[in-house]
Design a protein around this ligand. Structure first.
Ligand SMILES: Cc1cc2nc3c(=O)[nH]c(=O)nc-3n(C[C@H](O)[C@H](O)[C@H](O)COP(=O)(O)OP(=O)(O)OC[C@H]3O[C@@H](n4cnc5c(N)ncnc54)[C@H](O)[C@@H]3O)c2cc1C
Length: 377
């Protein structure tokens, strides 16, 4: 892997830096984290600004290096990250690009890039999380529609989503991993009830979604009927492989802020804390290099990241928790203030070792699919 930059790449960096310096001061104040309609408006507004300036497709079309430069510069300048556009931009969109027909790509990709449509993910069910293949939401074929009945849980951003990447069982008689299909569910279809769930940090990041005889056009199916498990693996490889990339850059910035705060409040005098921050700095540097390796490997192998994403997801989610534990020590008593952004991040970082597949499941994947160890029972 060549980590030096070409003249063209440096030029991209300079132009982006100038553009960010011009537009960021004009951005409105970010909304309250509990105000979901406000968050949607803010996040989609930023996406539209990226679109108008020609940067919206950077996650999909640009070379891995340009993508890395984009993330580095955006974070350095304090630009908003994907926010409510997370599912659409970072895994539904890439899955539609890889698996959709020309009509499906034409229908769904542009509105994601323009920030016009938000997606959510309806994979998990009350009895199907780690063991996703045991999902039971049923889609019965009725002419040119499916009629979908069942329930989903932990559906992030469901409250404000226009579309949901939905996994359904189209053949209940087939073996578990077959008989599943991947559908694009319009969230305004009749028969959908969204019930928000409140997290430890007070926010309603996700919801339960109940589906009662919901009509979904057959044309909204991605891939062949009953072949949804294969499509799901594509979605999950994007979710674990490349979706967290921007957050590594953010963690490196926070680490610098922790060091500055510790110097200012005297905690820097503690050698154990200094050692901890130094080790975390090396850790995030290594994660950034691993990210670069994963993204450039994905580029070489047709754009779909492989199981290497599980190595990254496993280590990143733990390092993020350690980072915000260190933040609490830097803040001292201030770390108990629930309104402090580092404290809120500390609470939400607890979920990182669960979301997108728990650490135990990532270890199983690393053991079986990378190290070739025998399958667990
Ligand atoms: C912040 C957040 C956002 C999320 N967003 C979404 C979303 O938008 N859409 C969506 O569909 N889902 C979402 N999820 C759900 C997430 O994918 C599941 O929580 C996750 O897959 C775990 O499933 P579960 O909660 O049912 O736990 P379970 O599968 O019941 O696991 C319980 C425990 O058993 C362990 N375990 C289970 N099986 C094994 C095994 N074979 N070997 C070893 N240990 C095992 C697990 O590691 C875990 O510790 C989100 C979750 C979080 C925390």
């Amino acid at each position: 892997m060549d980590l030096s930059y070409t003249e063209e790449e440096e030029d991209f960096r300079a132009r982006l830096r100038d553009w960010l310096a011009e537009v960021l001061p004009k951005l409105p104040e970010p909304p309250d984290p509990l105000d979901w309609p406000g968050r949607r408006a803010y996040d989609t507004g930023w996406q539209r600004a990226l679109y108008d300036a020609g940067y919206a497709g950077v996650h999909w079309e640009a070379s891995p290096t340009l993508r890395m430069i984009f993330l580095e510069e955006s974070e350095r300048a304090g630009a908003p990250y994907v926010g409510a556009n997370f599912v659409g931009l970072l895994h539904a969109g890439p899955t539609i690009t890889a698996e959709g027909t020309a009509e499906q790509r034409a229908r769904w990709l542009e509105p994601i890039l323009r920030g016009d449509e938000i997606w959510c993910q309806g994979f998990s069910e009350p009895d199907a999380g780690s063991d996703l293949a045991s999902l039971r939401t049923r889609a019965r074929r009725d002419g040119d529609h499916y009629v979908v009945t069942g329930s989903k849980v932990w559906t992030s951003h469901a409250e404000v989503a226009d579309w949901c990447e939905l996994l359904v069982r189209t053949d209940p008689e087939a073996p578990r991993h077959r008989g599943i299909s991947w559908l694009a569910l319009p969230m305004d279809a009749p028969g959908i009830t969204v019930r928000p769930l409140r997290t430890l940090a007070g926010s309603t990041e996700f919801a339960e979604v109940f589906l009662d005889e919901v009509p979904v056009p057959v044309a909204n199916r991605l891939g062949a009927e009953d072949d949804g498990w294969r499509v799901t693996m594509v979605t999950l490889s994007f979710e674990r492989g490349t979706a967290f990339v921007g957050e590594v850059v953010a963690c490196r910035r926070v680490l610098g802020e922790l060091a500055r705060e510790a110097r200012a409040n005297g905690r820097w005098d503690d050698p154990a804390l200094r050692r901890r921050l130094g080790r975390l700095s090396a850790e995030f540097q290594a994660l950034w290099r691993l990210t670069q390796a994963n993204v450039s490997r994905a580029q070489r192998t047709g754009g779909v990241p492989g199981v290497g994403g599980s190595v990254f997801k496993l280590r990143y989610s733990h390092a993020r928790q350690e980072l915000y534990d260190a933040a609490a020590d830097v803040l001292g008593d201030g770390g108990l203030d629930l309104d402090h952004p580092w404290t809120r991040e500390r609470l939400s970082s607890l979920s990182y070792t669960i979301a997108a597949g728990t650490s135990q499941i990532q270890r199983n994947i690393v053991a079986e699919r990378i190290l070739g160890l025998p399958k667990g029972r």
